[in-house]
Ligand binder design. Structure first.
Ligand SMILES: NC(=O)c1ccc[n+]([C@@H]2O[C@H](COP(=O)([O-])OP(=O)(O)OC[C@H]3O[C@@H](n4cnc5c(N)ncnc54)[C@H](OP(=O)(O)O)[C@@H]3O)[C@@H](O)[C@H]2O)c1
Length: 330
């Protein structure tokens, strides 16, 4: 059987390239479940993998795509049977195991979660790894005990995938959201998603003081670097920061002052190896707590062939919200 996929490879001159290519099912990797993929997405990490801007891909050739939704076609795993509707995020898929920017995928059944009631395959990938990570961040702030009356929540990288879904979730949960963006022209859009206030990311992206004015009770940060350091410095006494990203940089040029003088807690959020019960909880919560009309408003759709251009666009900051990939369209 032949199917279409975005394949990342190195040519004879070791030049990195990604292309839409037909593959036969013999090219599928090892695994006990074969899934007919319906939708995938372009996350920031897919951008890095497809363009080769960071060493995300560790095996060549490899099918790109760190997530997908679809229907089980074959299974020798006890939890899954043909016809089951499933989601996959992470576990090294799209990095060291062929991934979801493909019409067919083969993975370990242990990596899959069921599509929760209330979401269809397209909505699941409109959420994608970025949205599921936003939910993990929100759950970390909730577990910390933060409630809407404790104060504002800062969301950095607000126009991006994690940011837009975090704003939508937090506002539906009753939090007052402060959205930090470099695209202030998107202020109305961010307010429609639920941001109460929009600030220019320039306020946070340069070196700052070890401690600043206490401005927010919690933070969802997908940016890292000085932005994360300043976000911690502006967090209220006993507040919490959920750090999941590095869009500005992987460095953390901060001080311990917020932690030892204000009792601020910094939570690290990893979606790739997150344990299964946490994943299931996050997906159930997304089905319950995300406004699907807002999800549609922050999503645009591309074909599998257009995914390579979308990968370049996400790194260049040209993508607003989320990109869903309809893999049936080559
Ligand atoms: N830990 C995990 O498991 C996990 C999972 C998913 C994502 N992530 C990470 O989270 C981050 C966001 O992912 P995403 O898919 O939401 O990407 P995205 O859609 O590209 O969003 C990133 C946003 O960050 C802001 N940004 C970009 N460059 C910046 C810079 N130089 N300085 C300050 N802000 C900048 C932009 O927002 P504005 O235009 O609004 O300023 C951009 O839209 C990425 O670093 C990704 O690797 C981590």
């Amino acid at each position: 059987m032949s199917f279409q996929a975005i394949v990342i490879d190195k040519d004879e001159n070791a030049r990195y390239r990604a292309e839409l290519r037909p593959l036969s099912d013999q090219a599928l990797p090892e695994g006990d479940v074969t899934v007919g993929v319906q939708y995938s997405t372009i996350n920031y990490k897919d951008g890095l993998a497809i363009t080769g801007k960071a060493p995300v891909v560790r095996k060549f050739p490899l099918v790109a795509g760190i997530d997908f939704s679809g229907v089980v076609e074959q299974s020798s795993h006890p939890a899954w049977k043909p016809g089951d509707r499933v989601i996959l995020n992470g576990w090294g898929v799209g990095e060291s195991h062929s991934g979801g920017l493909s019409q067919l995928a083969r993975v370990k059944g242990d990596w899959l979660v069921p599509l929760p009631d209330g979401l269809n395959a397209r909505q699941a990938m409109a959420i994608g790894t970025a949205g599921y990570t936003a939910m993990l961040c929100v759950m970390a702030l909730e577990r910390h005990g933060l409630k809407p009356h404790d104060g504002d929540i800062l969301v950095t990288g607000a126009s991006g995938g994690v940011g837009t879904i975090a704003i939508s979730l937090l506002s539906k949960l009753g939090f007052r959201v402060l959205a930090s963006t470099g695209r202030t022209a998107e202020a109305d859009f961010l307010k429609q998603l639920g941001a109460a206030e929009v600030i220019d990311r320039a306020e946070l992206s340069s070196p700052g003081k070890p401690l600043g004015k206490e401005r927010w009770a919690g933070v969802v940060d997908s940016v890292g670097s000085h932005t994360l350091a300043n976000a911690c410095a502006g967090t209220r006494y006993r507040g919490a920061v959920a750090a999941c990203g590095l869009a500005q940089g992987m460095d953390f040029p901060g001080s311990v002052a917020p932690f030892i003088l204000r009792g601020v807690t910094l939570y690290g959020i990893d979606s790739v190896m997150a344990p299964k019960p946490l994943r299931r909880e996050a997906w159930m919560r997304l089905a319950r707590d995300l406004d699907l009309a807002k999800l549609e408003a922050l999503t645009h759709e591309v074909t599998l062939g257009e995914a390579i251009k979308a990968a370049e666009d996400i790194l260049a900051g040209r993508i607003r919200g989320r990109v869903v990939v309809d893999v049936s369209r080559g």
